[in-house]
Ligand binder design. Structure first.
Ligand code: NAP
Length: 266
């Protein structure tokens, strides 16, 4: 996810007020620095990269610190000597799934950092790499939350939510991605089976999903969209009936409820 965010930030390096984003990124291993350098190519000189203990030097100079390790690695990451102390007076933004602001600030304090670290949670989506993330943002401190919103607006849309909705929202996002990739994959295979060349089939599937979703994003409800497409004996409504017959609706309901319940139990 960190790599996706770097891709997005590098494409839009200026904040609305004209300030330039200065980026630094720290990973655990030297091998991952090399992988990142290779991924960034010509852009690597626009990000200060480090690994392991370099985190102390990089976070000392930062205004905002974005935590992007796996939740189970937070303790070992904060055990880097003198690292938590550099968090004093800074906004800490966490994208660690399932860990509350309180748990993260408690962990920072227990490892020698400030007792009152300002923690905001952000849950970006993989679309950040193309500046089309949906970033859910939650936190107790509105100033810090505003800064996080301004920064994550560079990689897509931001949606402030209360912290108790963050896990549920993340789960809905996961199902949305699973559904989109499943739909494009299945529509592509089926179209190829019926004689459409594969590259055209894949492009049609992606673009029509985006077209329908943009109608709803602009205010059409699913019912209105269905009514607009429902010519008697029309192809669209027949396809909707086939999907219903195949159990698509109940499968989506089960997947969404299951994902939310799983996210809530993390
Ligand atoms: N993937 C998604 O779509 C997504 C979406 C929203 C939020 N998230 C959240 O993002 C976080 C990361 O997920 P991911 O999928 O990006 O995992 P990932 O690919 O495993 O990346 C985790 C990164 O953390 C680094 N790291 C681990 N321990 C470290 C330490 N002690 N010091 C410095 N760096 C350290 C790792 O470095 P090395 O490579 O050197 O080990 C790695 O680059 C998770 O908390 C997840 O909940 C993910």
């Amino acid at each position: 996810m960190g790599t996706a965010l770097l891709d997005g930030f590098l494409r839009k390096p200026n904040l609305p007020r004209g300030a330039a984003l200065q980026l630094a990124a720290c990973v655990r291993s030297k091998g991952s620095v090399e992988r990142l350098q290779q991924h960034l190519g010509d852009r690597a000189d626009r990000v200060e990269l480090g690994h392991g203990d370099d985190a102390v030097r990089l976070t000392e100079r930062a205004h905002m610190i974005l935590l992007g390790c796996r939740p189970q690695d937070l303790g070992s990451m904060l055990s880097t000597a003198n690292l938590p102390q550099t968090f004093a007076g800074k906004t800490v933004v966490s994208m660690l799934a399932g860990l509350s602001c309180q748990q993260i600030s408690g962990e920072i304090a227990s490892k020698g950092g400030p007792d009152d670290a300002t923690v905001v949670r952000v849950m970006p989506s993989i679309g950040a790499m193309y500046n089309s993330s949906v970033s859910l943002i939650a936190g107790p401190n509105s100033d810090a939350q505003e800064v996080a919103e301004e920064i994550f607006a560079q990689v897509g849309t931001t949606l402030p939510v209360s912290e108790d909705l963050l896990n549920k929202g993340t789960a809905v996002g996961a199902v949305g991605h699973a559904l989109a990739l499943h739909a494009v994959d299945a529509m592509t295979d089926a179209s190829v089976a019926e004689g459409v060349p594969r590259d055209i089939a894949a492009s049609l599937a992606q673009q029509y999903l985006r077209s329908a979703s943009s109608c709803m994003e602009n205010g059409l409800t699913p019912e209105q969209l269905k009514a607009a497409l429902s010519t008697p004996k029309g192809i669209t409504l027949n396809a909707a009936v086939q999907l219903e017959k195949g159990g698509a609706r109940i499968a989506i309901i089960d997947a969404t409820r299951g994902a939310i319940q799983y996210a809530e139990s993390m």
